[in-house]
Write a protein that binds this ligand. Structure first.
Ligand code: B12
Length: 96
């Protein structure tokens, strides 16, 4: 299912990651379409703040990741949060 999307990193998350990194945060940008696999539960469990950047074509997968992240947070009693941004969230915030 991944190969139907272009494997070009979106500018939005790269800009945000650069700003966060310059502010002193340890940041990783993970693009499942470039990675060629889904992000693992272990990777999700190691994230303090999860930022998801979605267009409409990828928002359902973004919601799936957010749900899995919520389960992991609750199971481990973590205070971390997921935030969804990108053009879909900007245009239809009530959907996310
Ligand atoms: C440039 C562009 C492209 C370039 C991308 C170049 C690149 N490296 O990023 C190319 C030509 C490759 C491209 C391809 C596609 N595009 Co395009 N593209 C655009 C365009 C013109 C600008 C996007 C952009 O870079 N904006 C600047 C960045 C900085 O803004 P941003 O990503 O929105 O991020 C900001 C906020 O959204 C927010 N944000 C983003 N992520 C997150 C995450 C968090 C946690 C938070 C808090 C905030 C946040 O912060 C950022 C800074 O303000 C938009 C139209 C538009 N005006 O937005 C269409 C647009 C995004 N594309 C669109 C589409 C459909 C596609 C394709 C699916 C086309 C296709 N059929 O293949 C592909 C998908 C590519 C992919 N990998 O997913 C649609 C999306 C429609 C939708 N409802 O989702 C748009 C809106 C055009 C349109 N009106 O139809 N695209």
């Amino acid at each position: 299912m991944f190969d139907k999307f272009m494997t070009i990193p979106l500018l939005g998350p790269l800009y945000l990651a650069t700003i966060a990194e310059q502010a002193g945060y340890d940041v990783s940008v993970i693009n499942e379409n470039i990675l060629g696999r889904k992000i693992s539960s272990e990777e999700l469990a190691s994230i303090d703040i999860l930022g998801l950047s979605c267009i409409t074509a990828t928002v359902n997968r973004g919601k799936e990741i957010a749900s899995e992240y919520r389960k992991i947070r609750k199971a481990n009693n973590l205070k971390s949060r997921a935030i969804i941004g990108g053009i879909h969230a900007s245009m239809i915030p009530e959907d996310v």
